[in-house]
Design a protein around this ligand. Structure first.
Ligand SMILES: Cc1ncc(COP(=O)(O)OP(=O)(O)O)c(N)n1
Ligand SMILES: Cc1nc(C(=O)O)sc1CCOP(=O)(O)O
Ligand SMILES: [Mg+2]
Length: 223
């Protein structure tokens, strides 16, 4: 069972920034600082790909990014690596359908940590909820340059279906989201959006994050 406050979590999910070293134009620390300055409300450390850090270098970077998040009151979530999350006492983890099942992660992490689960259909949504997920990542909404093994693009269809069925778990849309295409994701019922390239790959990550904040605000005012 989770004791995570879902009202607070919905706010934290508003602009959920994700990155690892492979995604950044500048250093990961500079990129994260800039994104938070621009309004990122949650951060996921996702260190993946052929150039991914391992061992001590991975640990040092994770600690450094966690420290930045703590200073700004932004939740620090770790992608996939449950051992690292436990070692650092991270705020939570994000896992997908190919990762360790959420139910066993909940047992290992306890009730106070945030567990996010990727889901691509209603069966996976229901399973994630019964396994104790706190939030869902639904995607890819649009074509993404940041995940080679992404599933087929599905637009906002599943987000709409989840809300039409009265399922009110906190959730974000992910995949190819830009400030210009944010509105339909929020209008479909997402609590927020998850972004890698449109912030980490921007020349000015602070300005990019600010544009997202404005797009999210506009989407809530004029759905
Ligand atoms: C918020 C959010 N949603 C979805 C994902 C994707 O997770 P997963 O399917 O496990 O893929 P990888 O990120 O591990 O490649 C995510 N990371 N975050
Ligand atoms: C990490 C991830 N998961 C996805 C999913 O569909 O589950 S899409 C994706 C990549 C998101 O990066 P960008 O904002 O650059 O498109
Ligand atoms: Mg994963």
């Amino acid at each position: 069972m989770s004791v995570v406050d879902s009202h607070k979590l919905r706010e934290q999910l508003s602009l959920y920034f994700i990155m690892g070293t492979a995604n950044c134009r500048k250093s990961p620390e500079e990129t994260l600082k800039a994104a938070i300055k621009g309004g990122a409300t949650m951060f996921q450390f996702r260190e993946k790909g052929p150039s991914a850090l391992h061992g001590q270098a991975l640990l040092e970077l994770a600690k450094s990014l966690q420290c930045l998040c703590r200073a700004e009151g932004v939740p620090f979530i770790i992608n996939d690596d449950i051992e690292l999350a436990i070692q650092l006492d991270a705020d939570g983890v994000h896992i997908g359908q190919e990762d360790e099942p959420a139910a066993s992660i909940r047992q290992r992490l306890g009730s106070g940590k945030i567990i996010g689960v990727s889901a691509h259909n209603l069966a996976e949504v229901q399973q994630a909820i019964s396994d104790g997920a706190d939030y869902l990542g639904i995607g890819p909404v649009y074509p993404t340059p940041s995940k080679d093994d992404a599933r087929a693009v599905q637009g906002t269809r599943l987000i709409t279906e989840i809300r039409e069925k009265g399922i009110d778990i906190p959730l974000v849309g992910i995949g190819g989201i830009t400030a210009a295409n944010t509105a339909p994701v929020i209008a479909a019922g997402a609590d927020g959006i998850s972004v890698i390239s449109a912030i980490a790959g921007a020349a000015d990550a602070t300005a990019a994050a600010r544009e997202f904040v404005q797009a999210i605000e506009r989407a809530h005012i004029r759905p």
